[in-house]
Design a protein around this ligand. Structure first.
Ligand code: ZN
Length: 269
């Protein structure tokens, strides 16, 4: 059985970033985040192979999609290199019949209290995404897209805030906590060995649990609040140009619409 490990960066242990900044390569903590998340990915790879996986694929999806040094990633795993992060996000699921998706380094959604480096795609541009009236994070959206390809999200590691939110929407999936969030740029760190051990054990448990995909219910309402009205207007034009039904919400920051399927959902990203 093949498994997919989806890797972001902000949820890694030992990392809190800096105020007003994202985790970009120019930031001092970026290298530490990459190093730490690589250890977490290796713990997950070991757990998957020890649980009988035949193939493990790693999808590095932070920023420019090219963060991990694959000479430091367990060589049994294969690298997935998608062309773009939004258009066709997770389309490669069609090529491999993944038995499950494991989320490593994911982070809380924008605005989540005590979510370390919390954001939804872009702190500068997006204040929330709501699906079916409920605020969602990147883990929800990736989980929904993967589910549309029949792939269940079986595990997430992140800070405690993100893990709690994720568990609400993926109640049968397993989580491991990498740090205890105390603010956007503040956390209580846990011993590294403890974090890696809980990822290893959690992933093993997730494989055993035989979790089924939670299918997103389409059509569903979508609501996005953008920081700037100019940006909302630009997105409005883009979406209407693509034939999607989109309108303004309460004010010019907010776009509302209905997405009929996963392709339409991805157009909103
Ligand atoms: Zn990221």
């Amino acid at each position: 059985m093949n498994y997919l490990i989806a890797v972001d960066l902000e949820g890694a242990h030992g990392v809190v970033g800096e105020p007003y900044k994202g985790l970009s390569p120019t930031l001092g903590e970026y290298r530490l985040a990459v190093e730490n998340v690589t250890k977490e990915v290796n713990a997950a790879i070991a757990a998957l192979y020890d649980s009988g996986a035949s193939g493990v694929y790693v999808w590095d999806n932070h920023g420019n999609l090219d963060n991990l040094d694959f000479t430091k990633v367990d060589s049994r795993a294969k690298k997935i290199k998608p062309i773009s992060n939004s258009i066709g996000r997770l389309d490669f699921c069609k090529e491999y019949s993944f038995a499950g998706m494991v989320l490593i380094g994911y982070h809380a959604r924008e605005g989540r209290r005590n979510g370390v480096l919390a954001h939804t795609y872009s702190s500068a541009d997006i204040q929330y995404y709501k699906l079916g009236g409920k605020p969602v994070g990147e883990y929800d959206i990736d989980g929904a897209i993967a589910a549309s390809f029949g792939v269940p999200t079986v595990f997430l590691s992140s800070d405690d805030a993100c893990a709690a939110d994720f568990s609400e929407n993926f109640p049968t999936a397993i989580t491991a906590v990498t740090k205890l969030g105390k603010g956007r740029n503040e956390a209580e760190f846990l011993p590294v060995e403890e974090v890696l051990e809980s990822i290893y054990c959690g992933v093993k448990k997730a494989v055993k649990a035989k979790i089924s995909p939670i299918a997103p219910v389409f059509p569903t309402s979508i609501e996005v609040r953008y920081t700037r009205t100019e940006y909302a207007a630009k997105i409005f034009e883009k979406l209407s140009g693509k034939g999607l039904s989109v309108d303004y919400g309460e004010d010019a920051h907010i776009l509302i619409g209905t997405v009929k399927n996963v392709d339409e959902l991805r157009t909103f990203l």
